[in-house]
Design a protein around this ligand. Structure first.
Ligand code: R2B
Ligand code: URA
Length: 299
């Protein structure tokens, strides 16, 4: 019996489209042969910045010993500067910008891209940065559940003016395998826990250093401690939509973020550029190890 999981697009209107223009990726089914370009994709890796995705794909090219004939891999979405996309063998790396609305648009287009390409058994992983709660900076957090600002594992989206609640659990098996990879690498601390996904970096994450702040330092500390007691290990701005959209489209979703600071001690990110760059490489190393292991297992 086949155990292939296909991409699910729960949208009956798509069938009626003669051609599908993925506007924000500057790709379309009328102009590009999706199955030929992307049919072998098994891992979609996404992170905020285009340059981080470019660095990640060169790292994966080396790690998987994929020949690029000495050339830099091209940005597949070069006709737009909204997002950047690179491909090396079964790995697709796409940037997502900052925040849930930015990543949601990219995910709509990438999920349709995978569907039109007839991809199967796809794993999607967000690799990013975050603010830790009670963790040593540089710790890598593998997300179990994305939670909202009230620490609930749900995402409220407004559709046709009404709230729609979507579940934000991430794939348990992938999270466990990523944790196992953290142990094998043994290069930095990796923990499993809940990630709070916010709409804002400043007031949304209880900072005192934004242009606007409507609470006291005591309010801030009480909130962060309550988050910690509810199992929140870190805060960032995209995990909930990754979880919700992967759940709805039959994709195994994961979120792996390094903590840049301990929010119980500080609000501002003041580590040197060298330290921050080394921290940002950690999720990539973990995900690179995971992908290589998955591929080696299939051989
Ligand atoms: C982490 O870092 C960014 C904000 O600086 C945001 O994209 C996130 O989730
Ligand atoms: N990204 C966030 O969203 N918050 C932080 O504190 C650091 C990075």
């Amino acid at each position: 019996m086949s155990t292939e999981t296909t991409i699910h697009v729960p949208n009956p209107h798509l069938e009626k489209l003669k051609e599908d223009a993925l506007y924000h990726l500057a790709l379309g089914t009328g102009t590009h042969n999706f199955p030929a370009m992307f049919g072998d994709v098994k891992f979609v890796c996404t992170g905020g910045s285009p340059s981080r995705m470019k660095a990640f794909i060169s790292y994966m090219t080396m790690k998987l010993a994929i020949s690029s004939l000495g050339c830099e891999l091209p940005n597949i979405c070069a006709a737009t500067d909204r997002y950047a996309m690179y491909k090396a063998g079964p790995v697709l790396a796409v940037s997502h910008g900052i925040g849930m609305s930015s990543i949601a648009i990219m995910l709509h287009d990438v999920i349709k891209l995978l569907y039109h390409s007839k991809c199967t058994n796809v794993i999607l992983i967000r690799m990013g940065t975050s603010g830790g709660i009670g963790l040593e900076p540089g710790t890598v957090v593998v997300t179990r559940q994305a939670v909202n600002a009230s620490f609930k594992p749900e995402l409220k989206q407004i559709v046709l003016g009404k709230p729609v609640i979507r579940k934000t659990d991430l794939d348990e098996k992938t999270a466990a395998e990523l944790m196992e990879c953290g142990k094998e690498l043994h290069q930095f601390n990796t923990v499993l826990g809940n990630t709070m996904c916010t709409l804002d970096f400043y007031e949304g994450q209880a900072r005192l250093d934004g242009a606007i702040c409507s609470y006291t330092e005591e309010d801030k500390m009480n909130y962060l401690k309550a988050a910690n007691e509810a199992g929140v290990k870190n805060m960032e701005m995209e995990s909930a939509i990754v979880a919700a959209m992967c759940n709805l489209s039959g994709i195994r979703g994961a979120v792996v973020c390094v903590t840049l600071l301990n929010r119980l001690h500080e609000d501002q990110i003041t580590s040197s550029q060298d330290i921050l760059e080394e921290y940002e490489e950690r999720p990539q190393k973990l995900v690179g190890h995971f992908i290589k292991k998955c591929i080696d297992k299939k051989k």
